[in-house]
Design a protein around this ligand. Sequence first.
Ligand SMILES: [Zn+2]
Length: 258
Amino acid sequence: MDWYYADGKRKVGPISKEELKLLVKSKKINMATLVWRQGMKDWEELGKIAKQKESSAQQLQKTAAAGQAVCSECGRTFPEEEMISFENAKVCAGCKPVFIQKIKEGMSVAGVMEYAGFWIRFGAIFIDGIILWAVQMVVYAVFGIITAAAIPSIPGESSNPSFFIIGQVIITLLSFVISAAYDIWFVGRFGATPGKMACKIKIVTPDGGKVNYSRALGRYFAKWISSMILGIGFLMAAFDDEKRTLHDRICETRVIRK
Ligand SMILES: [Zn+2]
């Protein structure tokens, strides 16, 4: 959620919560600074909001002790057994239909999914790149040994250029098949490539569900589009409110932290 703050009569923002904290730390703003974010009726002093948050956190602890929980939709307290749980969120019976609708529409539900940002995803791709490189090196080595054995060792015959070209074509195809199979199989099966698993992130549908093989296949090819436009498709994750890349948008997927 993005915040705005008042600098004299000027409205500054939007900035993230972290940036807001940094401004306080660097004494650019203080607890008397008026702040606002979407959903708030009026501008309020930062100090007031911090206090409210503190007291609501205390309230939360109290209700949890009494077997009650706060509905993530309406914010009212109900006995826990009357509510449905969805990952970290609890929703009361009254809000349930609206909540289910939200999930169906693929809207982000507060406190349910944490989208994985650009750099962690970049890290995952980097790890996958190293793994694929290693696998391909082994395949090339085996391929090289086989072709060396297959080519007759008569001088002049082995330097036939058609051998070289056929070899190149086969190697290119192999490398394509290996990288496609790696991506599609791991994503279809586990929702994450080994690189993503190592970074503790995974690919999900908008409602947080598992992606199937056909979506994994579609996403693999959609990634080509993302890389064809100078990688801008990947870069889009850095600026999207749900950290979606172009291929995430095309295939209706999200990448979240586990
Ligand atoms: Zn409710």
